[in-house]
Design a protein around this ligand. Structure first.
Ligand SMILES: Nc1nc2c(c(=O)[nH]1)N[C@H]1C(S)=C(S)[C@@H](COP(=O)(O)OP(=O)(O)OC[C@H]3O[C@@H](n4cnc5c(=O)[nH]c(N)nc54)[C@H](O)[C@@H]3O)O[C@H]1N2
Ligand SMILES: Nc1nc2c(c(=O)[nH]1)N[C@H]1C(S)=C(S)[C@@H](COP(=O)(O)OP(=O)(O)OC[C@H]3O[C@@H](n4cnc5c(=O)[nH]c(N)nc54)[C@H](O)[C@@H]3O)O[C@H]1N2
Ligand code: SF4
Ligand SMILES: [Mo]
Length: 666
């Protein structure tokens, strides 16, 4: 038995170091390593059980071609040569016929590493002139806000939370989505930090909080503006900091002015005294830190909400001390641009916001989408407006390629299936986005069946459609070299990685905001009302957009992360029936008893599942987990069938939590 070291690149803030026990090329067990200090020697149960994904029944081990009707999951085995030949022929046929824009690459995070996306895939689709997919299901509203205000300044390290006197956890549920934050938070509380949790649900950390603010979904913008107004009115704002280090604060103050504590309380469904307590606690504690999650962006007000929340430490002048400031995503601090490093052409073709994929598949003309190439993504499980996506994939005249590790709901609709390696079988480069670790991901086990990596398959397809060039990187290693060479601190990074550890940025992995790191904006100031975002948002930034609920569909449906899966990854391992959670008062009003089968519906679709009454939700809010597969509900539909394909005010982000529904006995 051998222990091999690698890292987990999956879509999780933590970026764990892994120690993998291997015997005869096969995985025996996985546990946490220590190269990334955040891992602290332990990992989540999802990845500890990853063997079930690698070797399970659903794993794809050879290419296949459809034999049954679309969606039936009936395939025959094919050789790589036959499958790639077929795919290359179809790509060429569409490009030479109606044009490259008839090709739609459908991809999102996949293994989330820097070498498995925007590599040879970008060369292939860029050179074919395919439709460009805007990857907008996650982090684009928060990302636009963090970029606009601070140029994505590096965030407060979780390790420094123990210096804070007040921690605000806003729209994040680390007990499921980034477990290493939880013990650090415990340490911070033991050292005297007060914890405020802003979440419509009583999540595990809300139970340990000094103040749980059970906000009505989609109203975070108003709460944050009310906190600002309170600070301006009560002489708590740091006007010296605002004058010296920010622009746009006068506009922000003016836009916040309408949100008195009373008005905000009414709209957010909170007691005014709770908002005042929050305002005082956050303003008067120093250091104070805000950990901003992604729950608050998944609605129409998402971009302005994230900007207002991230603007709070500037208004209060909470920077310049260890444990003060904010943490958002750290994903871009390394300056690693995979597509640029590999030489992908500029994106000049038609663009599609991926939240509108169903519409594009059904409605695009000039040219219509004739070929969908799905990789790193399970669109049927994770995109909004699931019924339209399904109708699109059912089109007889659509040629669908699915390049996947396992037989997902989407893979069942493929015309050609290509088997992909997992992160235990290929090279990658992983960046934690919560902590500060950049780590190599190594192949540590033998490949399963005939699975191939993204780089191999897309490089081969470049050859077969005749767009490969002699100067192209040949493999992941060469791509990695070019990627590291393109960063301002390449030597340090490369030597740290080659020594087998986790590389850290030159300012260290515990930077103090406004001491070690400053906004990456052209004038190094915080732009509280970034002009481009203000212009791009329909009514201007910080203008509250009304709740989409109605008398017919009064309940707000949340689809929060689920601790068993990462988005929908690993969903094949959990075929239980998932309940809709609902407040007992809402259940009683509808005459529903715990555990009975209900129908959850709106104009977009319906889901049949059991109901579970819980006081952990506020009345008026229901929840059905994110990332479910068709086998998790009675009728094979999930929360995504009820989620609108509308987009947020800023950034064009998905609005999953703007789903408004009705519930009745089935
Ligand atoms: N186990 C597991 N881990 C994951 C993932 C997973 O699916 N499973 N997904 C990964 C990915 S892709 C991401 S993006 C991150 C997400 O990480 P998080 O942001 O922590 O997760 P979410 O579940 O999206 O949302 C967090 C919380 O926001 C709350 N929320 C919903 N609507 C609102 C609102 O309007 N306002 C406020 N204040 N709160 C609201 C929800 O109740 C939820 O508790 O996690 C990553 N880690
Ligand atoms: N209702 C609802 N839906 C949501 C959300 C929500 O809050 N509510 N949140 C959204 C969020 S935050 C996100 S990030 C998205 C995620 O949406 P997706 O990106 O679709 O996420 P996954 O379900 O993890 O699917 C990734 C797929 O890529 C495959 N894969 C992994 N590595 C590789 C590889 O190296 N090569 C290839 N070819 N394939 C690979 C995996 O097997 C998996 O099936 O979902 C969104 N969907
Ligand atoms: S999913 Fe997150 S917690 Fe689990 S091993 Fe990977 S990085 Fe660590
Ligand atoms: Mo995400």
């Amino acid at each position: 038995m051998e222990v091999r070291t690698t890292a987990c690149p999956l879509d999780c803030p933590d970026g764990c170091t892994l120690e993998v026990k291997v015997e005869g090329g096969k995985l025996v067990s996985i546990d946490g390593g220590n190269a990334n200090p955040l891992t602290a020697g332990f990992i989540c149960s999802k990845v500890r059980d990853f063997g079930g994904h690698v070797y399970g029944r659903a794993r794809l081990s050879h290419p296949a071609v459809r034999t049954g009707p679309k969606g039936s999951g009936e395939f025959r085995r094919a050789s790589w040569d036959e499958a790639l030949d077929l795919v290359a022929k179809e790509l060429t046929r569409v490009r030479d016929g109606s044009g490259g824009e008839g090709i739609l690459p459908l991809s999102y995070g996949g293994s989330n590493g820097k070498l498995t996306q925007d590599g040879h895939d970008a060369l292939l689709f860029g050179r074919l002139g395919a439709t460009v997919l805007e990857r907008t299901v996650c982090a684009v509203a928060t990302g636009a806000a963090a970029e606009g205000l601070y140029g994505k300044m590096a965030g407060v390290a979780f390790d420094d939370y123990e210096h804070a006197k007040c921690v605000v956890l806003w729209g994040a549920n680390p007990s499921s989505t980034g477990i290493h934050f939880v013990p650090l938070m415990k340490r911070a509380q033991a050292a005297g930090a007060k914890l405020v949790v802003v979440d419509p649900r009583r999540i595990p950390l809300a139970k340990k909080a000094d103040l749980h603010v059970p906000i009505r979904p989609g109203t975070d913008l108003v709460l944050a503006l009310a906190l600002m107004r309170y600070a301006f009115e009560n002489d708590l704002a740091d006007r010296d900091f605002l004058r010296e280090h920010t622009t746009g604060w006068e506009t922000l103050e003016a836009r916040a002015a309408e949100w008195t504590v009373e008005r905000a309380a009414e709209l957010c469904g909170l007691e005014p005294s709770m908002i005042e307590t929050f305002a005082r606690l956050y303003a008067e504690s120093s250091p104070s830190v805000v950990r901003c999650g992604w729950g608050l962006e998944r609605n129409r007000n998402g971009g302005s909400a994230a900007a207002a929340v991230l603007g709070l430490p500037a208004v209060l002048g909470h920077f310049g001390v260890r444990g003060g400031g904010y943490t958002m995503s750290n994903s871009s601090i390394w300056g690693l641009d995979s597509a640029a490093a590999i030489g992908a052409p500029p994106e000049t073709t038609r663009r599609l916001n991926m939240n509108r994929t169903g519409r594009a598949l059904l409605e695009y003309r000039d040219p219509p989408i004739e070929l969908a190439f799905v990789y790193n993504h399970n669109p049927l499980a994770t995109l909004p407006n699931q019924e339209l996506v399904r109708k699109g994939l059912e089109r007889e005249d659509l040629f669908t390629v699915v390049f996947e590790q396992v037989m997902t709901d989407t893979a069942r609709y493929a015309d050609v299936l290509l088997p992909a390696t997992t992160f235990l079988e290929h090279e990658d480069l992983g960046t934690a986005y919560g902590g500060y670790a950049l780590q190599d991901v190594h192949p540590v086990i033998d490949r399963v069946g005939e699975a191939r990596s993204n780089a191999e398959v897309f490089a081969e397809l470049c050859e077969r459609v005749g767009v490969a060039r002699p100067e192209d990187a040949r493999n992941e290693r060469e791509h990695r070299e070019r990627l590291l060479a393109g960063t301002p601190w390449s030597d340090g990074l490369r030597s740290a990685l080659d020594e087998g550890g986790a590389a850290e940025p030159p300012y260290g992995n515990r930077p103090v905001q406004f001491a070690d790191v400053f906004p990456n904006t052209p004038d190094s100031k915080v732009h509280l009302v970034p002009e481009d975002l203000d212009e791009a948002s329909a009514k201007g930034m910080y203008v509250y957009l009304e709740d989409p609920g109605s008398e017919t569909f009064p309940l707000a449906l949340l689809s929060p992360s689920n601790s068993r899966t990462i988005s929908s990854t690993l969903g094949q391992l959990h075929d239980h029936e998932e309940p809709l959670f609902m407040h007992p008062a809402d259940a009683a009003q509808r005459g529903l008893t715990d555990g009975e089968l209900v129908r959850v519906w709106n104009t977009l679709g319906e889901v049949l599942c059991p109901v579970s009454a819980t006081e952990e939700l506020r009345p008026g809010v229901v929840a059905l987990a994110k990332g479910l597969w068709s086998h998790n509900t009675r009728n094979g539909r999930t929360a995504n069938a009820l989620a609108p394909d509308t987009v947020s005010d800023v950034g064009g982000s998905a609005c999953f939590n703007d789903a408004r529904v009705q519930v009745a006995r089935a």
